[in-house]
Write a protein that binds this ligand. Structure first.
Ligand code: PHB
Length: 435
């Protein structure tokens, strides 16, 4: 159950977020790099934990014990896009993280947390810049976030050299923590292959013998999503289309190519603003009745369903989450998120919530000095399973990627609007085949 809100912490956090977004607008205009990182939630040492009501969950009970023991405050970097195609995903990640803090009196593992929100766009250079700044200037004890695979791949080495723990809460780049494997890199989201391989296996029966076209944005994640589907499907798609990422607003030429390819069904990966545009244009173009559209669940994420409107109806996708999942942890999470934001929880919010949960568990179970990066990483690695709204899941040894169930979902009318109704549990999937 949600604990009583720490309103001071929440207000300060949201102010920080607003300033981060605003300062980035200026940064875009002048091309400078200052102010891309903004202080967001200093508890300032003056805030007193208020929430004895938090003691209704085991984590909160332990948190209170550790708080009584007086853990040192620490600073956390939250790396999110706040502009461009993935801006809404970044906001969801901030909200998911903040929800966990609100439920735990602004503390993780009994320590007050100062959150520094940092704008990465979906741009590796911006990501690199803020990663360096978070590590060197803000001296964060841990960083979370990152939506884009390109950003994750771009900042990996910086975190590798510094040793600062990084918990990726979205970017699915398959190999991000392989060759080399960093002991300080964790992921509470997915690999790009994971939901798509599951979807491909399902489609091999559902669409047996059909010609399928594939389309995804032209960057690392787009290619991996499509390949994951092909691997699961067991045969190639008839055409692979990669529209430019972040700049395509008219998908008509690509839809024409799909129509001419002889495809009988279409696999598409898009997210955020591009998923809204693509799904609407797919319907407007008239393909929706003749060529069923499938993809990973980001295509119809609950944060964008309302904007997609009727065009999204009936689309089947695979993912490790839906806010309609029927388990008690999810009902409590989705309920609290709806109370706070008047909209269903999203996959991005959930992945970020779980990163907060992972840190909380690690610091509650291990008496570590958070300024000791190696000890912090070891504490994170010691967490066996995370009681997530997606269902309990674990992180693979060494590589720290999630091993988790994937669900087939279908957009249907539900009470209060549209939702991703879970129509099949496709089973548990490893991050990559060799895991
Ligand atoms: C990625 O770049 O890895 C990515 C971005 C957005 C998503 C999923 C994956 O929704």
């Amino acid at each position: 159950m949600p604990a009583k809100r720490n309103d001071v912490s929440r207000r300060q956090f949201l102010q920080g977020v607003a300033v981060a977004a605003a300062s980035f607008t200026g940064l875009n205009a002048c091309g400078g790099e200052d102010d891309a990182v903004t202080q967001a939630t200093p508890e300032g040492g003056g805030a007193t934990p208020t929430g004895t009501t938090a003691a209704t969950t085991p984590a909160a009970t332990a948190t209170e014990t550790a708080a009584a023991a007086g853990g040192e405050p620490f600073t956390l970097g939250l790396m999110v896009p706040l502009s461009g195609t993935y801006a809404s995903l970044g906001r969801d990640m901030q909200q998911g993280f903040q929800l966990y803090l609100d439920q735990h009196d602004g503390m993780l593992g009994g320590r007050e947390v100062e959150v520094v929100s940092a704008e990465t766009e979906a741009n590796p250079e911006a990501g690199l810049r803020v990663a360096r700044r978070l590590i060197e200037e803000d001296q964060v004890a841990v960083a979370t976030g990152i939506v884009s695979s390109a950003v994750a791949l771009g900042v990996k080495d910086v975190f590798g050299e510094a040793g600062t723990p990084l918990i990726i809460t979205n970017a699915g780049a398959n190999m991000v923590n392989r060759e080399p494997t960093l002991p300080n890199l964790f992921r509470t989201s997915f690999t790009n292959r994971q939901p798509n391989f599951a979807l491909g296996q399902w489609a091999a029966t559902e669409f047996e013998g059909l010609a399928v076209a594939g389309i995804a944005p032209d960057y690392a994640a787009g290619q991996e999503h499509l390949q994951g589907f092909v691997d699961g499907f067991g045969s190639d798609v008839v055409v692979r289309l990669f529209p430019p990422f972040g700049t395509t607003s008219d998908y008509q030429p690509f839809l024409t190519e799909i129509q001419q390819s002889g495809a009988e069904a279409v696999f598409a990966f898009f997210a955020g603003g591009e998923a809204i545009t693509f799904v609407q244009q797919y319907t407007d173009f008239g393909l929706v009745d003749s060529l069923p559209l499938i993809g990973p669940g980001f295509l119809t994420d609950d944060g964008i369903l309302e904007q997609q409107g009727a065009a999204a109806m009936g689309i089947r996708t695979a993912l490790h989450y839906s806010p309609l999942l029927d388990n008690e942890t999810n009902k409590a999470f989705d309920g609290a998120y709806r109370d706070a934001h008047d909209s269903p929880a999203t996959t991005y919010a959930m992945q970020s919530y779980d990163a907060a949960q992972l840190i909380d568990m690690a610091l509650t179970d291990n008496d570590v000095d958070t300024s000791d990066a190696a000890a912090f990483s070891e504490a994170l690695a010691s967490v066996q399973t995370i009681p997530s709204p997606r269902g309990e899941f674990s992180l693979e040894a060494e590589v720290h990627d999630p091993i988790q169930p994937i669900y087939l979902r279908e957009v249907q009318e539900v009470e209060g609007g549209m939702g991703n109704v879970v129509i099949e549990d496709l089973g548990e999937f490893p991050p990559l085949p060799e895991a």
